[in-house]
Design a protein around this ligand. Structure first.
Ligand SMILES: [Zn+2]
Length: 338
């Protein structure tokens, strides 16, 4: 059997651990409902116990080459410490990687959750066989990563790919990062709920007001359910969401000209509600996209985009992620091997 590694997805509510072979077979997955509130030392203890169980079990069949851990936060790649994490209070300025390495006696890699999800999709999901891609993760906020030549592009100190904090509206909604009008204030689960509440306050969204006062959960999911029932107030919110995502993608395509842009994260399940507005926006805002969009026959476009199209038969693919929440596990397991 091939060598194997361990991938860990340390979320705000769940701790998931998987043994994955170097050729991409998941041997076993453990999900622990670990309470992050019980503290860092407890969580690290549970994690290392589970990793030991898996490595003991599979060591006889293949060599254990190390563990990768995806965490929600900004990582200092050199020290293996978390600089900032909203979901894991008490973990910053603590030598997370070194401590786990010491307990396991194996190589450990710590990385941002959106970056490892991108690596997973590039290895075994939507980006399989594609060396260069971007992944945008839509959740509570927007996460992102750029993969170049099969490896994550980190930038100078690991912070590249923060697409959620690209400015969309110069005088827009304040963001936790200190800026105004960041993309994630308009295209995330949080943003959907905010826009719905604002629509209710304006007095022009009776169906949303009814949903909010019904006692049922008022969430991106329930607002999406209204949108697919063709409620115009809910559809307007997802149109605006798609428009912002289109603006963001148009900028990324213009800068990077990559072959694939993968959209993942929990909110991607609302794809049919936001994608039409996203594609319409893209065609309008990116000459490169208009010239390389898959549906258009090459050479039939007018003007400057036709000239670009003449240079290439390659297409810009914008697609949904395929691995769901397992992308992070596969990607984390890939870190020791890459
Ligand atoms: Zn921001």
């Amino acid at each position: 059997m091939p060598d194997f590694s361990i991938g860990v997805d340390l979320g705000g509510t769940n701790l998931r651990i998987a043994a994955v072979t170097t050729d991409g077979q998941m041997l076993e997955k453990i999900t622990l409902g670990v309470k992050v509130a019980l503290g860092r030392d407890y969580v690290i203890g549970e994690m290392c116990d589970a990793i030991h169980r898996l490595t003991d079990k599979y060591r006889a069949t293949g060599k254990f080459i190390g563990a990768g851990i995806g965490v929600p936060g900004i990582i200092d790649m050199e020290t293996g410490m978390m600089r900032k994490s909203a979901n894991l209070p008490g973990w910053s300025d603590y030598p997370v990687r070194d401590e786990i390495e010491r307990r396991l006696g194996a190589r450990v890699f710590l990385d941002n959750d959106a970056k490892v999800a991108a690596l997973g999709e590039q290895w075994l999901g939507a980006g399989r066989g594609i060396d260069n891609m971007v992944m945008i993760t839509l959740g509570t906020g927007i996460g992102g990563a750029i993969v170049l030549n099969g490896k994550i592009f980190y930038g100078m100190n690991g912070m590249a790919g923060e697409f959620g904090h690209v400015t969309i509206e110069p005088n827009g909604v304040p963001c936790g990062c200190g800026n105004h009008g960041c993309a994630e204030r308009y295209a995330s689960a949080t943003a959907i709920v905010r826009m719905a509440r604002e629509a209710i306050e304006s007095g022009n969204a009776p169906a949303l007001a009814k949903l909010a006062s019904s006692g049922a959960e008022f969430s991106a999911q329930s607002i999406y359910n209204l949108a697919i029932q063709r409620n115009e107030d809910a559809q307007r919110i997802f149109n605006s969401f798609g428009q912002v995502l289109g603006i963001l993608l148009a900028g990324l395509i213009n800068v990077l000209n990559l072959e694939m842009f993968v959209i993942g994260g929990g909110v991607v399940s609302a794809w049919d509600a936001f994608a039409p507005a996203m594609f319409a926006e893209l065609r309008e805002r990116s000459l490169i996209y208009a010239a390389t969009a898959p549906e258009d026959p090459v050479g039939k476009k007018e003007g400057a985009s036709a000239q670009i199209a003449n240079y290439t038969r390659k297409k810009t693919i914008i697609t949904r992620a395929l691995l769901g929440s397992d992308a992070g596990l596969y990607g984390a397991a890939r870190l020791p091997a890459s």
